[in-house]
Write a protein that binds this ligand. Structure first.
Ligand code: FE2
Length: 424
């Protein structure tokens, strides 16, 4: 074997598992495998998990913090205005450089697949060209999936539909949309229909910014579920944000949830961004604004958590850590039950992998040898500690290493070190 990992814990609770890797794939997995590896690594009982997956990101804006100025108020509206100032002066090489730097951070965080929206409303399609180049450059170590995103509205912006078609012809993978930003509810619904028809015709997936609003009457998710069902696109469509569901009438939601489930539409919440940008028109009580994650899960809907933004016009924080995203999602949704906490881990790993349609994802024989060794014993501990990524492996090759977390103490009569792990 090229590589053997010994004594790993797995997310499903199995302990003392060995993982054998050959030719970039998992050859065998089980207790005490009778194989020898060219390299053997002792996991020491720590958690080995498939890599983190971010189902919702904006790589064309990432790490542009301070360009051309900082978002002083921290609000969505100033963020949009700032992006409008930055867009015309974007330089392709600088954008590529920022995206490449973010991908370095991602790899170090064990984040090896990202679905990024790319704004197609700039007629030069400079960001599209740049991110296609980034996708090519990072392909050996990171799966980058691109969504053609009409930030200014596909009907509201005169050239957006043409630009979106051009972006798809250039190789962008997924059809995006922003129905709640179109001029009227009717045009929003029309945009959903047109974009879903285009995707169905081309055999593409769909991922729309949908109802990113506190307006309980923003119901484009209903149209998205209807069109998905009508066009037979089950399992290939996602609604991102869906924050208006937070404020909707409970009776209406009780009808909506089965429709979303029937259509096989996935939901992507973005906890860090939703909790900071929504509810801004409220005084007190102030709404959280994140979509109804536990209720969607209970209805049988796939729910992923996305990072959305890192150091860009909308969000000054973040570092590509999907455990930070899961940590925030867990708190905002009050998902503190044991199974619910585990679901939050799945929302940044296996669930988004399914939404992206990643081939060979998982820890089973035959899957790609892509995984992360975490400084934690379980998925809940990983979230609690935002655990260090001791090892990140892509196609059987170690691509990043980090030390365990901890500190040296100088306290008389107390232990010399702490590592924040219980019972060690
Ligand atoms: Fe977004």
């Amino acid at each position: 074997m090229d590589l053997v990992i010994r004594n790993a814990s797995l997310a499903d609770g199995r302990r003392q598992i060995d993982i054998a890797i050959e030719h970039g794939r998992i050859a065998a997995l089980g207790p005490q495998l009778a194989v020898a590896g060219a390299r053997e690594i002792d996991a020491g009982g720590d958690l080995v998990t498939p890599p983190f997956v971010d189902a919702h990101f904006h790589m064309d804006a990432t790490l542009s913090y301070g360009l051309p100025r900082v978002n002083q108020s921290g609000t969505l509206l100033e963020g949009i205005a700032l992006w409008g100032e930055l867009k015309p002066v974007l330089l392709q090489e600088a954008l590529i450089e920022r995206a490449m730097q973010y991908c370095d951070w991602a790899v170090a965080r064990g984040l090896l697949a990202i679905r990024s929206h790319v704004d197609i409303c700039d007629d030069r399609l400079l960001a599209v060209e740049a991110l296609l180049e980034v996708r090519r450059r990072v392909a050996p170590y990171l799966d980058l999936q691109l969504v053609a995103f009409p930030q200014d509205g596909i009907l509201r912006s005169a050239t957006a539909f043409d630009n979106l078609r051009r972006a798809i012809a250039m190789g962008v993978d997924v059809v995006g949309g922003i129905p709640h930003f179109e001029r009227t509810m009717a045009e929003g619904a029309q945009s959903v229909r047109l974009l879903c028809e285009l995707a169905a015709e081309r055999g593409l997936r769909v991922d729309m910014h949908c109802d990113e609003s506190d307006d309980p009457m923003s119901r484009h998710i209903e149209t998205l579920a209807f069109e998905t069902h009508r066009l037979g696109m089950h399992g290939r469509v996602a609604g991102s944000h869906l924050t208006s569901m937070h404020s909707m009438d409970n009776y209406y939601v009780s009808k909506l949830l089965p429709l979303i489930c029937e259509a096989g539409v996935a939901a992507i919440a973005n906890p860090l961004i939703n909790i900071t940008l929504q509810g801004r028109h409220d005084s007190y009580p102030k709404r959280r604004g994140m979509t109804r994650v536990p209720e969607l899960l209970a209805a049988g809907v796939d729910v992923a958590f996305g990072h959305d933004c890192v150091m860009d016009p909308w969000y000054s924080l973040g570092s590509g850590d999907m455990l930070e995203v899961a940590h925030m999602g867990l708190h905002v949704a009050q998902m503190t039950g044991q199974e619910a906490m585990h679901q939050c881990f799945l929302a940044v790993t296996a669930t988004p992998a399914r939404i992206l349609g990643l081939e060979g994802y998982g820890l089973e024989p035959g899957c790609h040898a892509d995984f992360v060794l975490l400084d934690a014993a379980s998925t809940v501990e990983a979230i609690r500690l935002r655990a260090a990524r001791r090892l990140v492996v892509r196609r059987g090759v170690v691509v990043s290493e980090a030390p365990r977390a901890g500190a040296t103490l100088h306290l008389p009569g107390r232990p010399a070190t702490v590592d924040f792990r219980l019972g060690r």
